[in-house]
Design a protein around this ligand. Structure first.
Ligand code: MSP
Length: 549
């Protein structure tokens, strides 16, 4: 089936700020979206995975000035770092948008024109506090609430020079007084609430949905959507001197990347086909932008909101949100060096329940790596490939269908039984964006296969086979089952650990089918062709010793 005949499945990550390098937090969202994109492709959908960079705003302008370069040169020097990092993590994004690209700028301008045409933009004076590092406005109510909370906890809520601190990042806020354009966000309260009600899975998980609903119920204020005191942003066509507020500019990336605002009929067709998106991944820190402002902006421009926004939790190290400003971030590259790229991807998606906060540590990573990958999955493959080399000259054992059926009745086939219905359970978890749940299903087959090796003791069958041909048949049967379980696990692990699964497939003499296979059909029992050459190879996940950390 060609891609255009398959249902479109469009998924996105936030576009990241260029004020820093990729870190564990941004990599987390990017890996999670990647695993779902890969699963969708294997599951018969025409997935389109977008990520990119948020390159405008006051903070970028300030940093560039500090470095003595133009903002464009500044963002151009940072962008390759993200591209390299995502390549190193095996991210399979189909597009990469940068908000300084022409396709985006035109789209943002048209979007503003549309919101204005529909009566949702007006000019007024803004006077209030702004967090430059977070590019966020704070209302007096928000600051008063933060102040009260901090007083109760004995914490300061103003800096040494008396500036209020940002409730999110605790850095000093800047007072801004400007003539701005405003977006009539307040006009969307009822429509948003109705949308949440009619689309219960728009905001996931449930806890975030409740948070957003109660925030919107408490009333919405109009939002300042332009800035006039600097020019590093998208110029607004109908308001000379105004550039778009960076968050509004950034949110629109999800549609400009797929052709919104373009005059090219092909791009317009792509927009029609891809939008609304199926899943927008965000961290829980930015749900108000994505679940309140973004759908309201879309409604104001007569465009449907996305189908789902999935907000994951924070990665915490020693109980604190991991971030560059706190200096407690380990780099993805350093960790990949220790655990391999697949080991890294696996850890974050299996050990942290997606949607909740998760404490991460090197020690825990090593534990998970050694238990699940080195001792369990890697060891299963090594044993099975070695035994195939030793007992069957490196060929997948051949048995007639009749013999296999007879042995199945006589000896039982717990692996085939477990594999039955496995796709359904795995895919259901994946569709719920429950990576830990999906991986747990695959791990059950790994564990059962390891136990099956012990129970059926192929080495004893091999000894017996020298005297009785029946034992030779049993040995072939058992080993085929183990190799077949390995093939199925490799398929199920592929969205999370693509490199290792491709390697396992190669060693089993199978082609690289992950992008194009029909997962449901492929995980059906018995797909491994008898007679395939099996390569032993080096351990997939060498065991880590403590001194290697
Ligand atoms: N540029 C905005 C997003 C605009 S989208 C239209 C932005 N960028 S960011 O660089 O700060 O990235 C934010 C995202 O990075 C979070 O939403 C989350 O996806 C991820 N994370 C950053 N730190 C994180 C943790 N410590 N833990 C988990 N993810 C976090 O906000």
């Amino acid at each position: 089936m060609s891609n255009t005949e398959k249902p479109s499945y469009y998924l996105t990550t936030p576009i990241y700020y260029v004020n820093g390098v990729p870190h564990l937090g941004t990599a987390y969202t990017t890996i999670a979206a990647d695993a779902l994109a890969r699963f969708a492709r294997m599951d018969g959908l025409d997935a389109w995975y977008l990520t990119g960079l948020d390159e405008h705003g006051q903070k970028v302008a300030q940093e560039a000035e500090k470095a003595g370069v133009s903002p464009q040169d500044w963002v151009d020097s940072v962008a390759p770092k993200f591209l390299e990092a995502w390549k190193a993590l095996n991210i399979s994004n189909d597009d990469f948008i940068r908000t300084t690209e022409e396709r985006h700028i035109t789209g943002v301008q048209r979007f503003f024109e549309k919101m204005r045409e529909n009566g949702y933009i007006y000019q007024d004076t803004y006077a209030g506090y702004y967090c430059v590092p977070d590019e966020t406005f704070f209302t007096d109510e928000q600051l008063a609430e933060f102040d009260e909370k901090n007083k109760a906890e004995g914490q300061p809520s103003v800096s040494e020079d008396g500036a209020p601190l940002c409730p999110d990042c605790q850095r000093p806020l800047t007072f801004v007084q400007e003539d701005n354009l405003f977006f009539r966000l307040s006009a969307f309260q009822d429509r948003l609430l109705a949308y949440y009600e009619e689309n219960p899975s728009f905001i996931c998980p449930e806890i975030r949905r409740n948070e957003v609903v109660s925030f919107v119920r408490s009333g919405l204020k109009d939002l300042s959507v332009s800035r006039t005191t600097f020019d590093w942003g998208v110029p607004i066509t109908f308001a000379p001197g105004h550039v778009s507020y960076v968050w509004v500019d950034a949110l629109i990336n999800y549609i400009t990347a797929i052709g919104y605002g373009s005059d090219d009929p092909e791009k317009q067709a792509q927009f029609k086909r891809r939008w609304p998106s199926q899943v927008q991944f965000v961290g829980k820190d930015i749900i108000r932008f994505h679940c309140v402002i973004w759908p309201a902006m879309l409604m104001a421009a007569d465009i449907e909101p996305p189908e789902k926004v999935f907000a994951h939790g924070f990665l915490l190290t020693k109980g604190e949100k991991m971030s560059k400003s706190r200096g407690n971030a380990m780099s993805p590259a350093q960790l990949c060096e220790i655990f391999s790229v697949d080991g890294y991807r696996f850890y974050f998606l299996t050990d942290v329940q997606f949607g909740a906060d998760g404490s991460i540590s090197l020690e825990r990573m090593a534990q998970v790596y050694n238990a699940d990958l080195a001792n369990s999955w890697g060891n299963l493959c090594s044993r099975a490939f070695n035994m195939t080399g030793k007992y069957f000259d490196g060929l997948v054992p051949t048995l007639s269908a009749d013999t296999a059926e007879r042995l199945s009745k006589e000896l039982g086939n717990p692996l085939a039984s477990l594999a039955e219905g496995l796709y359904g359970r795995y895919a259901a978890a994946m569709r719920e964006v429950d990576y830990s749940g999906a991986l747990a299903e695959a791990k059950k087959l790994v564990d059962r296969a390891n136990l099956y090796v012990e129970e059926s003791a192929p080495w004893n069958l091999a000894k017996a086979a020298t005297e009785e041909p029946a034992a030779e048949e049993s040995l072939a049967f058992v080993l085929y089952n183990i190799l077949e379980a390995i093939r199925i696990v490799a398929l199920l692990f592929a969205p999370v650990m693509p490199e290792t699964s491709a390697e396992v497939f190669r060693r089993l003499g199978l082609g690289d089918v992950f992008e194009t296979c029909d997962l449901e059909q492929s995980v059906g029992w018995g797909g491994l062709p008898a007679g395939n050459t099996v390569e032993i190879g080096a351990p997939l996940f060498p065991r880590l010793k403590e001194d290697e950390l």
